[in-house]
Design a protein around this ligand. Structure first.
Ligand SMILES: [Zn+2]
Length: 388
């Protein structure tokens, strides 16, 4: 953080002031790679050819986010830039880095129309061993992949506690009873499911947005699995499965899920993407104004998205009175020096223009992996309760 002006420095200090001694936790950070240096990561070939200009530009944006613009050393550069930003906080930070499995068809074959990025479990586990001060591994196991249970068991045995799904793009339906054995094994090992909720626009030409419906995660919850709903489902609309024929904002369905008493101690949500340009100021203001949620919200940066300039737009926050023009200037300065730090400082600085309330510090050190599920959350029969 060397070279920050006093105003920017003060904003950083204020963001850290009431966080206490626990490490900062960011439960949602992506590593992406092209496979350089034998990382095992991959992107769809179409992303890298000029025959697909839009995707080529998207890849270019990611490469710039890695800091070097060089394909040949991309994977290593990306990781090192991320590590530098985390260590630059000057206090302990735990970044949960996410693997990304392929999309599988129900017959177990790989569906090439899945995620644009593939990130193997081996890579995130290896990086977490290489940088234990900053990284926590999050594996991604598609429940329809051949040997899914053995894969889950293997990493659980090595101490991995988190599993990431992106149903809209990976194609799993969290409510499918075929996954019950998968959920039972997760529960047995105390593993936590970080599942994307809401629409997905970042990595997804062929996305099935219906699979981002927040109501679908009732199935793992009813089997006693802890779930983190990524992004608080803050975009798009879905079928309201509790009221057939009706549709509802995914955010409304997220609030309904959080209000269900039986999911206390099991259901959490991350605030990644809540500050991105396509949300305006609405999502953050809603979250600040719902203190009943705060004990169950977790910081997530969705890195590298904060490092991609065109996705960050602070003017709506100034217009809404949630930050001052001076704060915006200081935040811009922090952004240029450290986009990961910027993401945290922005979320800590935003306030309700009426009451002055901000998101409490606990959100930025919360880790549901550190608390045991309450006894009453255990399913009585082992079979899910009926929906609704
Ligand atoms: Zn993400």
């Amino acid at each position: 953080m060397t070279g920050l002006s006093p105003a920017a420095r003060r904003l950083v200090d204020e963001a850290f002031a009431d966080l206490g001694p626990m490490p900062i936790v960011d439960c949602h950070a992506h590593v992406v790679g092209l496979g350089s240096g034998g990382s095992g990561a991959a992107v769809k070939p179409s992303l890298l050819t000029w025959r697909h200009p839009v995707q080529r530009v998207k890849a270019g944006v990611f490469v710039r986010a890695s800091g070097t613009g060089d394909f040949g050393s991309f994977d290593r550069d990306y990781v090192e830039k991320l590590v530098r930003q985390a260590r630059d906080f000057g206090r302990p930070v735990k970044l949960h880095i996410l693997a990304m499995d392929h999309r599988y068809r129900p017959d177990g074959s790989i569906d090439g129309e899945g995620p644009e990025f593939y990130v193997p479990n081996e890579l995130v586990v290896r990086l977490a061993r290489e940088y234990p001060d900053v990284f926590v591994p999050v594996i991604s196991v598609h429940p329809d992949r051949p040997g899914a249970l053995a894969e889950l068991e293997k990493w659980a045995g090595q101490g991995v506690r988190y599993v990431k799904w992106l149903p809209n793009v990976q194609g799993m339906d969290p409510s499918d009873p075929r996954h019950d054995d998968f959920y039972r094994l997760m529960r047995k090992h105390g593993m936590i499911l970080l599942s994307h909720t809401g629409d997905e626009k970042a990595a997804a030409p062929g996305a099935n947005q219906a699979l981002g419906n927040p109501l679908l995660v009732r199935r793992p919850l009813d089997l006693g699995v802890k779930v983190i709903m990524a992004h608080c489902a803050s975009s798009g609309r879905s079928a309201d499965l509790d009221h057939p024929g009706k549709k509802a904002d995914n955010f409304e369905l997220f609030l309904r899920m959080m209000a269900e008493h039986r999911y206390l101690g099991l259901l959490y949500a991350d605030i990644s993407a809540a500050t991105l340009a396509n949300r305006g100021s609405r999502t953050m203001l809603e979250l600040i104004r719902r203190p009943e949620l705060h004990g169950r919200l977790i910081q997530g940066s969705d890195y590298p998205l904060p490092a991609i300039n065109c996705l960050i737009w602070m003017r709506p926050f100034v217009k809404a009175g949630m930050i001052s023009k001076e704060e915006r200037q200081a935040l811009n300065e922090i952004y240029k020096s450290n986009p990961l730090l910027f993401d945290l400082v922005l979320k800590r600085t935003l306030r309700d223009p009426v009451t002055g309330e901000r998101l409490p510090g606990g959100i930025f050190t919360a880790d549901p992996g550190l608390s045991a599920p309450p006894a009453e959350a255990s399913p009585a029969s082992g079979s899910p309760a009926p929906a609704g």
